[in-house]
Design a protein around this ligand. Structure first.
Ligand SMILES: [Zn+2]
Length: 174
C-alpha cells in the first residue's frame, strides 16, 4: 500500500469523525474504529501490542512511557489494525523509531512497520491541520522553537514532528 493511500485513509477517518483541530484525540479515534484500548505493564522494551480477535482489536500501550510516545503507539497499533489485520493476529512493538524510511528500501515485516508509522504520523499530524496552525501562528519552520511549539500543539514528540515536516517536504534537514 502506498504512503499516499495511507494518507488518504487517515484523512477520511478524520473527516468521518469530524475532527478539525489539533491535538487529535487518538484514543477516541481508535475506539470509534473498533479498538479497545488499555494500559498494560508490557516491560521496559515494549511500547505497544495489538491483538486481533474476530476482527476486533485490543491495543495495549505502555503507561510508563511519555504521553507523546503513548499517543504515537496507539496510533501505530491502530495503523496495524486498519492496514494489516488480514496478515496476522498479534503485533508486538518494541521501542520502535518514529521515523520511516522510503517504503521501497524495506522488505517484509519492515514494510508493515513503516506503514503503521506512516499512518500514525498522518493521523496525529494531518497535513491540512499542520498548514492551518503554521499559518495561524506564522511559524518560521527553520526556527527550532517554532518546531517545538508545533510539536506541543499536536501533542507529539519533536522528533516525530521533525520527520513529518521533512516527509511532507515542508522542511529539509541540512
Ligand atoms: Zn508495529
Amino acid at each position: 500500500m502506498l504512503i499516499k493511500r495511507i494518507e488518504n485513509l487517515a484523512q477520511s477517518i478524520l473527516s468521518e469523525l469530524n475532527i478539525k483541530s489539533a491535538p487529535v484525540d487518538i484514543k477516541t479515534i481508535a475506539k470509534k474504529k473498533g479498538a479497545t484500548i488499555k494500559p498494560y505493564e508490557l516491560g521496559e522494551n515494549i511500547s505497544g501490542m495489538l491483538f486481533i480477535k474476530d476482527g476486533e482489536g485490543i491495543i495495549s500501550y505502555n503507561p510508563t512511557e511519555s504521553m507523546v510516545r503513548q499517543r504515537f503507539t496507539i496510533a501505530h497499533e491502530l495503523g496495524h489494525l486498519l492496514l494489516h489485520k488480514k496478515t496476522q493476529d498479534v503485533f508486538v512493538d518494541k521501542q520502535f523509531q518514529v521515523h520511516f524510511r522510503d517504503e521501497n528500501s524495506a522488505t517484509g515485516q519492515d514494510v508493515q512497520e513503516l506503514q503503521a508509522n506512516a499512518f500514525a504520523a498522518a493521523i496525529l499530524m494531518p497535513k491540512d491541520l499542520l498548514l492551518t496552525e503554521i499559518k495561524k501562528h506564522n511559524f518560521d519552520l527553520g526556527d527550532e522553537s517554532a518546531m517545538k511549539e508545533l510539536a506541543k500543539l499536536f501533542n507529539v514528540s519533536l522528533q516525530a514532528m521533525t520527520f513529518r515536516m521533512v516527509n511532507l517536504g515542508f522542511f529539509s534537514i541540512k
